[in-house]
Design a protein around this ligand. Structure first.
Ligand code: GUN
Ligand code: ZN
Length: 433
């Protein structure tokens, strides 16, 4: 457990969704103190009130910088850190040519451990303190991931990819073996400290009916684990799903009929949906996860946020590294803005910062633990410096104290360079490898 520590700076978080409640959803203290003890936030408020109560508690002085809840990334692949920036393909070729061969290396637990360590260090350097993570098909690689996360005390939600067809032999499990391996992983890791399990059939193409049934069984047997998969990302992918599930009304209907939709289910991409698929997501309380840098990089398509929101679908934001091109949730919000521009929609800075923090926490049903600076919440915090690069500092001279403009500069120009510090469960994160 971390020892007591206070942070001084500009405290910013959300008490509600600014898309619904407007600017009153924002909570901002220009000269604030955040007190962290035993991994939790124990006090917060104006420096004038809190400083006199601190005695000799150490204070990290971040005056002038923004202190926010740690960012939350709702879809990312830890084995793909060497797949980012793979040239020239769209989804199905990209999987075959670059991704599957790289994922096969994680059969070796030592490689998996090193990949997990690099990945977690990189997330923390980008201010991301919670992520929903795909592993490879290898159960042992997911054990290594959880072990590295537990060593850092990060709140991570991870699962081994289940895939028993339409993948190379060396990356295939079976319905039965995947069921047993996932049972084991849930038993070893789910609810241990800050680790959570997410049942992870890679996508409808790489699972048989038996494996999707096994996923439903796992969800019934463990109602508090999550489910994640990919949905309606790419035209060739969608055509392949139609071919192998001729009985299904559409792509989403495959997941629905196997009982995989619900309020703890996260569907990556969800780009090319028809109206009945939007209704299935909304009616089941499932979440659609917007992965903008991946969707532009792989040429997948433009996420239709307004249509899904109007249809009542819960929406989260994510990087999708390594189809995605940046670990930074700031850069991801910037790309989301550009995708929505092409749709003639918009992403206001308050909405973007809400999504990265409290919004994504609410999608996970973890709003009481992460995503805000509430007293009692986990002390996962990111500190942002708007003058991190010469170009940002120069741009900021035209901002004149306007907070929303500053946030917009961060999401358009910022990345790991603007992260001055990250705190995990009250302790400052340092790179381990
Ligand atoms: N669909 C199935 N697997 C993947 C993956 O690894 N990345 C992306 N972007 N889409 C997928
Ligand atoms: Zn993905």
């Amino acid at each position: 457990m971390s020892s007591p520590r206070a942070l001084r700076g500009r405290l910013l978080d959300f008490t509600d969704d600014p898309a619904k409640a407007g600017a009153s959803a924002l909570r901002y203290i220009e000269d604030g103190i955040l007190v962290m003890d035993g991994g939790r936030i124990t006090a917060r408020g104006p420096a004038s009130g809190i400083l006199p109560t601190l005695g000799d508690m150490p204070i990290d002085d971040h005056s002038g910088r923004l202190i926010l809840p740690g960012f939350i990334d709702l879809h990312i692949h830890f084995p793909q850190s060497r797949v980012i920036a793979a040239f020239g393909t769209q989804l199905m070729d990209w999987l075959e040519r670059y991704t599957f061969p790289e994922e096969s290396r994680l059969a070796d637990p030592a490689i998996a451990r090193a990949m997990a360590a690099f990945f977690l260090d990189e997330l923390l350097a980008n201010g991301t303190t919670t992520a929903v993570v795909y592993g490879t098909v290898h159960a042992g690689a997911t054990d290594e991931f959880f072990a590295e996360s537990a060593a850092r005390d990060t709140r991570m939600i991870a699962g081994k990819s289940m895939m028993d067809r339409n993948a190379p032999d060396f990356l295939r499990d079976t319905a039965q073996s995947s069921y047993e391996e996932v049972k084991g992983l849930i038993g070893r890791w789910h609810g241990r400290g800050r680790q959570h399990y997410v049942v992870t059939p890679r996508f409808a193409i790489t699972s048989t009916d038996e494996q999707l049934e096994a996923c439903a069984t796992l969800l019934r047997e463990h109602p508090d684990v999550y489910l994640q998969t990919h949905l309606s990302e790419n035209d060739r992918e969608i055509a392949f799903v139609r071919e192998i599930y001729p009985w299904a009304a559409n792509y989403a209907d495959v997941y629905r009929r196997f009982g995989l939709m619900g309020p703890r289910s996260l569907f990556g991409h969800s780009i090319h949906l028809d109206d009945s698929e939007v209704a299935m997501l909304a009616d089941s309380g499932s979440a659609a996860i917007f992965c903008p840098t991946s969707n532009t990089f792989l040429g997948s398509g433009l996420f239709d946020r307004d249509r899904l929101a109007a249809g009542g679908v819960r929406i989260g934001l994510a990087t999708d590294v390594g189809g995605g091109t940046s670990y930074s949730m700031l850069a991801t919000a910037g790309e989301a803005y550009k995708v929505l521009q092409l749709r003639r929609q918009t992403l206001r800075p308050l909405d973007a910062f809400h999504m990265m923090t409290r919004g994504n926490a609410e999608v996970l049903g973890l709003g009481d633990r992460i995503g805000t600076l509430d007293v009692g919440s986990d002390a996962d915090v990111v500190v942002l410096d708007a003058g991190a690069t010469p170009a940002m500092a120069h741009r900021m001279t035209a901002v004149d104290g306007d907070l929303e403009q500053e946030l917009f500069v961060q999401m358009i120009m910022g990345d790991d360079r603007s992260v001055a510090a990250t705190y995990v469960a009250g302790a400052r994160a340092v790179r381990r490898r």
